[in-house]
Design a protein around this ligand. Structure first.
Ligand SMILES: Cc1cc2nc3c(=O)[nH]c(=O)nc-3n(C[C@H](O)[C@H](O)[C@H](O)COP(=O)(O)OP(=O)(O)OC[C@H]3O[C@@H](n4cnc5c(N)ncnc54)[C@H](O)[C@@H]3O)c2cc1C
Length: 362
């Protein structure tokens, strides 16, 4: 029997899940409210294909990244690019871990790096640096790839208003499916864990031939290239956030209040933070614009950014922290779907067993 699956959300998760299920022979429809794919978090982030270096304080997140990184390159070889020089640096002040502990954590997790013998001249007050082969995700290629490969499966400019589980099927805006995947990052249906929505403001800068630089581990900053090697994002764990909100609607409303004076304030704060360890930042980078995004984050004291899939009857919801866990999400959904299906067959079991008993003829 061919299952019909409705996927809601045309970000990285919805696109990858719909594409993978389609390749496995499922009849798939993907809904998104925008006319173009990846318009929300998937199109407004730092585009880092994580390898685990960001998550020194969460083992499971690190391992998912390490494995997801490799699988991403194998599955989507044209959708990410190399970064010539990609530095992770531990500053003398402000890091939650010292350099030796940081290196040990990565090595113990099987994450490869090369230790730089000398701290580069353009940095100051740095304990040590690692070079990594972490990559950058190519947003425009990804949009084109999924637009082309999902083609007739797409129902764009379609806001999903209702998802109803009727027991033997589930419907999206009245269309009937066997299963539904909610890949809206908690925007449509509430997730069964406590989360908050964090509106974000990243800054874009122009510069030529500068390395990617990420300070770890804690409330620090990073400058990371985009798919255009001359455009970089400047992000700061402290200053990128525009607050914590209970609903996605409130987070969107916060974006609507962003004005020039807030951008100026954020620029000053983020450039000042970057200049502490990268004194020539303002000379080497020219401000080019802003990016607004929304993160869905678990309410927790630990640094978990791994991926979870929740099941509610015939509906699966995905809670991600980053893009490299798309494979984990898909496999979890397939596994839960297979289990749901075999439970359904076994609940029909006694009937079919009875039907198979040979009735005595006397
Ligand atoms: C500032 C920032 C920096 C980040 N940096 C990185 C990074 O460098 N590397 C990394 O791996 N991750 C990063 N992330 C996290 C990453 O962006 C997310 O984990 C990922 O994009 C989530 O993808 P998604 O498909 O779950 O959600 P989204 O990309 O948000 O997709 C959800 C989709 O659902 C659609 N939708 C919602 N409600 C409805 C509805 N009712 N009807 C129809 N459609 C609907 C939306 O239009 C949207 O397209 C960052 C996030 C932010 C905000």
């Amino acid at each position: 029997m061919q299952f019909r699956v409705g996927v809601i959300g045309g970000g990285w998760y919805g696109c990858h899940i719909a594409y993978s299920l389609g390749n496995l022979g499922f009849d798939v429809a993907l809904f998104d409210r925008h006319s173009v794919l990846m318009q929300e978090a998937s199109g407004n982030n730092q585009f880092r294909l994580h390898l685990g270096f960001h998550y020194a304080r969460h083992h499971a997140t690190r391992l998912q990244s390490r494995d997801g990184f490799q699988r991403f390159i194998e599955r989507y070889p044209t959708l990410s690019g190399e970064i010539t020089k990609n530095i992770y640096a531990v500053p003398e002040q402000g890091s939650l871990l010292d350099f030796n502990t940081y290196k040990l954590v990565m090595a113990a997790s099987g994450i490869d790096y090369v230790e730089m013998q000398d701290v580069p001249d353009f940095l100051q007050s740095i304990e040590g640096c690692l070079l990594t082969r972490e990559r950058v995700i190519h947003l425009h290629r990804a949009r084109a790839f999924f637009q082309e490969n999902l083609g007739s499966n797409l129902q764009l400019e379609t806001e999903v208003q209702s998802v109803r589980d009727a027991g033997d099927h589930v419907s999206i805006n009245g269309q009937r499916f066997d299963y539904v995947v909610d890949a809206t990052w908690g925007h449509l249906r509430p997730l069964p864990i406590n989360v908050y929505f964090e509106p974000t403001l990243l800054l874009y800068y122009e510069s030529k031939d500068v390395p990617a630089l990420t300070l770890v581990d804690g409330p620090l900053f990073s400058v990371y290239p985009t798919e255009d090697p001359q455009i970089h994002t400047l992000s700061s764990v402290v200053h990128t956030s525009l607050g914590r909100y209970a609903t996605a609607a409130e987070a969107r409303a916060r974006h609507a209040q962003v004005d020039l004076s807030l951008v100026k304030e954020k620029r000053m704060a983020m450039e000042a933070q970057a200049s502490v360890n990268f004194p020539a930042f303002r000379d080497m980078f020219r401000f080019a614009g802003i990016q607004l995004g929304i993160k869905t984050k678990p309410i927790a004291t630990y640094d978990d950014r791994s991926c979870y899939v929740f099941q509610d009857g015939r509906i699966f919801s995905v809670m991600s922290g980053k893009i490299d866990t798309i494979f984990f999400a898909t496999e979890r959904i397939l596994s839960l779907m297979a289990a749901a299906n075999s439970m359904r067959s076994s609940s029909e079991g006694p009937t079919s067993f009875r039907q198979n008993i040979l009735m005595p003829t006397v």
